[in-house]
Design a protein around this ligand. Structure first.
Ligand code: ASP
Ligand code: MG
Length: 419
């Protein structure tokens, strides 16, 4: 008998029939003799719909009210799921994040979990009942206000509860069968990974793979929670995410892609100490997270250089606004902004000990006639920026070049939204 935390994403509980289907899975797990704590997301696109609704009222809704609004989505799904389980003859009780003891900081909209005190959940499990917890939400106890954890935050709720309850495993159910070597929506020949380490999956997530959000993986790594990523639409085993295991670890875990990034280039930056520091101080001060940075040596004799970096396109206006304001102080001549880029990342913990990975990647792209705009490397990741239109072809070419294509049709996409 095990203690299992199961998390069901929005596409798994999109309508009443789906809620009943998920309830049947939960009941089956319970009847197999396990203790089950379930974390649930809002039904289907509820969160997006609530955001749209707020935007119709005002273009700048107060963040506190946004959080109260958005937490309503998970309250709907959690109570319906408890009813559906109850109707199948198993007792279930649902709890808000606050009731479940999910305590966060006070940053509305993207709060961080600082503690989990799940005494009511433990009592419920001890009483032989199924506990259902609203994902994506917590409480800031200083203000006694509800908070949300940022989009996709139910994964983090699930892992945090699994850690606090010392669960044997945290199962994350979505609409794909696990972690794939690439997004099955772009690469139909993508292969499912049996196992992957926290580091590699974190790089995949940070590089745009949507299967798990980075914060959830960071949490799992910190508390050493084994995570089983699987589909609620099939009974197949998914992907086990655990501590690195060099025997199991493939050289290349997969190819991630991200089409939500943009590129900023500052032209003719004086090549003297302190300029890069100032530029990125300004960007950080605007609250913008950057990813790749490229600066060349100054073109001979001019004493000036170009500095490029990538950032989420949604932060484009903020970052360019902040940089325009310091143009004279920094001394650059021109700012270029391009949001028609795509980022491809090859990820693998085994990469560091294998020379020739970058040459192979560049060859694959050149054979496909794809131009590379930027390159950056880390121990276990190699990223390139291409034109946005080239990205799907680039992902497929690299996937094939590294021998990742599966000869079976493994990559079934059951849901519609990617989450
Ligand atoms: N319902 C929230 C969202 O759509 C949280 C989640 O799905 O994990 O972002
Ligand atoms: Mg969702």
């Amino acid at each position: 008998m095990a203690l299992i935390v199961q998390k069901y994403g929005g596409s798994s509980v999109a309508d009443a029939a789906s809620v009943q289907r998920v309830a049947a899975r939960i009941v089956a797990t319970k009847r197999a003799g396990h203790d089950v704590c379930v974390v649930v997301s809002a039904m289907g696109d509820t969160t997006d719909d609530l955001i749209d609704l707020a935007q119709q009222i005002t273009c700048d809704p107060p963040q506190r009210e946004m959080d109260i609004l958005l937490t309503a989505g998970e309250r709907i799904s959690m109570s319906l799921l408890a009813m559906a389980i109850d109707a199948l003859g198993v007792q279930a009780r649902s709890f808000t994040g606050q009731q479940a003891g999910v305590i966060t900081d006070a940053v509305y909209g993207r709060a961080r979990i600082i503690d989990v005190t799940p005494s009511r959940i433990a009592e419920t499990l001890d009483a032989g009942q199924v506990a259902i917890v609203a994902g994506f939400q917590g409480v800031n106890t200083e203000a006694n206000d509800v908070t949300t954890l940022g989009r996709g935050g139910s994964d983090t709720t699930a892992v945090a509860l699994a850690a606090a309850l010392r669960a044997d495993v945290c199962e994350i159910y979505s609409d794909v069968d696990g972690v794939f070597t690439a997004d099955p929506r772009i690469v139909p020949t993508a292969r499912k990974l049996k196992q992957i380490g926290y580091e590699a999956v974190l790089e995949m997530a940070a590089s745009g793979a949507k299967v798990l959000i980075p914060r959830c993986v960071e949490y799992a790594r910190r508390f050493d929670v084994p995570v089983h990523v699987r589909s609620s639409f099939s009974d197949l085993d998914g992907t086990l995410v655990t501590k690195e295991d060099p025997m199991e670890e493939p050289i290349i875990a997969g190819v991630a892609h991200d089409s939500s990034q943009a590129k900023v280039t500052l032209v003719d930056v004086p090549d003297v100490p302190g300029k890069a520091a100032r530029i990125f101080e300004v960007v950080a001060g605007a609250g913008v997270n950057i990813d790749m940075i490229v600066q060349n040596v100054s073109a001979s004799g001019t004493g000036r250089t170009d500095v490029s970096f990538t950032l989420p396109a949604v932060d484009g206006k903020t970052a360019t606004g902040a940089l325009e304001a310091v143009r004279d102080e920094v001394g650059y001549s021109r700012l270029q902004y391009d949001d028609t880029i795509g980022k491809l990342s090859l990820v693998g913990a085994g990469m560091k000990s294998h020379p020739g990975v970058s040459a192979k990647l560049f060859h694959a792209l050149s054979d496909a006639g794809i131009n590379i705009e930027m390159i950056s490397t880390s121990e276990i990741r190699l990223s390139v920026v291409t034109g946005a239109g080239d990205l799907p072809a680039a992902v497929r070419a690299v996937h094939t070049a590294f021998g990742l294509d599966s000869d079976q049709d493994e990559a079934v996409v059951y849901g519609g939204t990617g989450r």
